[in-house]
Ligand binder design. Structure first.
Ligand SMILES: [Zn+2]
Length: 356
């Protein structure tokens, strides 16, 4: 029993020495320390075992001598209560307390390091590395007081009750995207922070006002697509929607303004990540100009001074796409994919700045 306890103390002492670490370590560093501590614990246990064996043999020899000296039961009891014996007991208790203290402090240290490792975004020096500032726009107005603020721009109500309001969905996506970007040390703001439907002119005006102050700006506009029979068709009118009977168009498109601009670089990074995250989903690309983004003369794309991309994630007029759009997991996957693309674009800008 003593040998086992000795081994455990030895292992604990060695492991504790490896774990007596500073704060601010990353989770990888903590894992490396834990592995190292586990490895060091084995020789520690062996040493602890040997020390216990040695001490026990010493103790036994002393005990035999003491037994020889002991003549009566009274004397044995007297020895038990002797000051030496009390000292020995006290020493034992102190040693146990000492190891318990080391054990507790080691556990606390690991807990603290884990906490510190999880709040890396609070490091100011990292945030300053953002070479870009991202403005995110939700495609359309959302819902106020139970009233959808945008005309049209919604899915039909499918047989199982599924229904999407584009502005409502994209407002939530915009919030999620800004958070995810910030968690990844990218400066990001949402330009459509209230639910009202602001005009394209206002969107462009807001964006350009920020750009005039901060040329790192880039803009991401979030939408869901739709495929009505005619441009004037009301989205609520199921008969006027391709997808209602025929399945219709599906998939995702990323638009930039015509011509080769910085927007194309950003679009390429984002398209790459979205296709990787949704291998089953159709990426609707245009390869005629040498890249995969689609080019369009949309007001938001041509009138903004900063690099701008417009993402049409899924078709509201396609049932399967609607199921994807309302699914919490796929929304998370989408937001993470766009963020990865932006992070890689940020790194490319950083490398260009270093080279320049
Ligand atoms: Zn839209």
């Amino acid at each position: 029993m003593e040998k086992i306890i000795g081994s455990i103390f030895g292992a604990a002492a060695s492991a504790t020495k490896m774990l007596s670490i500073g704060i601010g370590l990353t989770s990888e560093e903590i894992t490396a320390r834990l592995i190292l501590a586990a490895i060091v614990a084995i020789p520690g246990a062996v040493v602890g075992y040997l020390v216990t064996v040695f001490m026990k043999s010493c103790h036994n020899r002393l005990k035999t001598r003491a037994e020889l000296k002991r003549e009566t039961q009274e004397e044995f009891i007297r020895q038990r209560l002797s000051p030496q014996s009390r000292k020995r007991n006290l020493r034992f208790i102190l040693i146990v307390l000492f190891f318990a203290l080391i054990g507790f402090s080691a556990i606390n240290q690991v807990k603290l390091s884990k906490l510190k490792a999880n709040i890396s975004f609070a490091h100011r020096d990292k945030i300053e590395e953002s070479q870009i500032r991202v403005a995110v726009i939700a495609g359309h107005g959302s819902i106020i007081n139970n009233v959808y603020q945008t005309k049209g721009k919604q899915s039909p109500e499918w047989q199982d009750g599924t229904k999407i309001y584009e502005g409502y969905s994209t407002h939530m996506l915009a919030n999620d995207l800004v958070s995810e970007l910030q968690y990844n040390d990218i400066e990001a703001d949402i330009l459509t922070w209230n639910a009202t439907d602001i005009s394209l002119y206002q969107r462009v005006f807001k964006t350009n006002s920020i750009y005039n102050q901060d040329q790192r700006l880039l803009l991401i506009s979030l939408h869901h697509n739709a495929q009505p029979y005619s441009k004037t068709a009301d989205y609520v009118d199921n008969e006027a929607l391709y997808g209602w009977y025929k399945g219709g168009a599906s998939g995702t498109e990323v638009f930039t303004s015509p011509g080769k601009t910085k927007s194309d670089d950003l679009a390429e990074f984002v398209i790459y990540e979205i296709s990787k995250a949704f291998p089953e989903m159709k990426m609707r690309v245009d390869l005629t100009d040498g890249d995969r983004d689609k080019e369009a003369g949309f007001y938001i794309l041509t009138k903004t001074k900063c690099p701008t991309i417009l993402i049409e994630w899924g078709f509201m007029t396609n049932y399967d796409d609607c199921k994807m759009i309302i699914n919490r997991d796929s929304r998370k996957t989408f937001v993470e994919a766009v963020t990865k693309g932006v992070v890689k674009y940020n790194q490319s800008i950083k490398q260009k700045n270093i080279a320049a």
